[in-house]
Design a protein around this ligand. Structure first.
Ligand SMILES: N[C@@H](CCC(=O)N[C@@H](CS)C(=O)NCC(=O)O)C(=O)O
Length: 307
């Protein structure tokens, strides 16, 4: 099998979700560290426009969004499934809520002056970040809560989590992990990375113990790879065969389309539609640096339209 190459940066919470899954499932991975701000030429050459981080590259196949990356990785490595059938609705619904509603509260909390820690190396980095994220926010359809609202949302969530773990279970839904554990983990990892809210977690004993259990999974480093080598791997590989199909009337396989998140970071990827079903959207792209690649997106949270 081709190597798992994660395009990510250390401070990225969604990347931490994938890094922890690599650790939990004992998967070897390659680390392509990208800048916290644009430009990211190698990653964009592969995705064709989608700019959110992380992105998983496997040969000439590129998987966007951690919801889809988690599904892809679930079939690999060791350990229980991330998607246990008996808890599927609860685990997926919690993961989706955490990745959206709790995420925006987490952003508010992480960037409170008293919780920023050393997020920015210097004022220049802070300025570059502010300008980059102003571009990123163009066209977004999300509302970032106020500090009071974010604190209330997180207080309530921590209390519910503490109650759920109160019977001594090791993971949120019982003896084994699910995708929800990794979604909640990366959000708490982000909120607490600055150190200014440590007592919030410390006062919840079950949640703290769970967090320490999860944190260990994130300590499974990847072997660094350069952007040039990652592009060469894509160039020399063939994308996986995809059965053509589309469930959108009037948008048949072979149509030139754009695919973009519907909520934020809405910069689209352009390509030829290979497949669109209830679970995924797959497009084919050509680029001089990569040759043919398939770019895969989850259907949930993404829109596909004719170019
Ligand atoms: N739903 C997406 C969210 C990804 C996301 O919001 N990533 C953040 C970084 S953690 C991002 O892309 N921020 C802007 C950037 O890094 O350019 C996923 O699960 O992958």
């Amino acid at each position: 099998m081709a190597e798992l190459i994660l395009h990510h940066y250390p401070e990225s919470p969604f990347s931490e979700k994938v890094r922890a899954i690599f650790g939990a499932k004992a998967l070897a991975w390659r680390s392509l560290q990208v800048s916290m701000v644009m430009p990211r030429p190698a990653t964009i050459a592969l995705t064709g426009g989608y700019r959110r981080i992380p992105v998983l590259q496997v040969g000439a196949d590129v998987y966007c969004d951690t919801a889809l990356i988690a599904e892809y990785l679930d079939d690999q490595g060791t350990g229980p499934t991330l998607f246990p059938a008996g808890q599927l609705l609860a685990a997926q619904t919690l993961a989706r809520w955490v990745d959206t509603e709790l995420f925006w509260a987490a952003v508010t909390l992480r960037f409170m002056p008293e919780n920023m820690g050393n997020f920015f190396a210097d004022p220049g980095a802070a300025q570059a970040f502010a300008e980059d994220r102003a571009n990123f926010a163009q066209g977004a359809q999300v509302r970032r809560p106020s500090v009071d609202e974010a604190k209330a949302r997180y207080t309530r969530f921590l209390a519910e989590m503490e109650a759920q773990l109160g019977d001594g279970r090791p993971y949120l839904f019982g003896a084994d992990w699910s995708v929800a554990d990794f979604a909640v983990y990366h959000m708490l990892w982000f909120i607490h990375a600055g150190g200014g809210m440590a007592d919030w977690l410390a006062s919840h004993h079950h949640a703290s113990a769970w967090m320490e259990r999860m944190r260990k999974f994130g300590q499974h480093p990847g072997k660094p790879i350069s952007a040039e080598d990652a592009l060469a791997i894509a160039h020399d590989a063939e994308p996986l065969a995809v059965e053509p199909g589309s469930d959108i009337p009037g948008l048949s396989p072979g149509s030139e389309v754009q695919v973009a998140p519907v909520d934020y970071g809405v910069m689209p990827s352009h390509g030829t539609l290979l497949r669109c079903d209830t679970n995924t959207i797959v497009i084919r792209r050509e680029h001089a640096l990569t040759d043919a690649v398939n770019v895969h997106f989850p259907r949930h949270g993404f829109g596909v339209t004719r170019n």
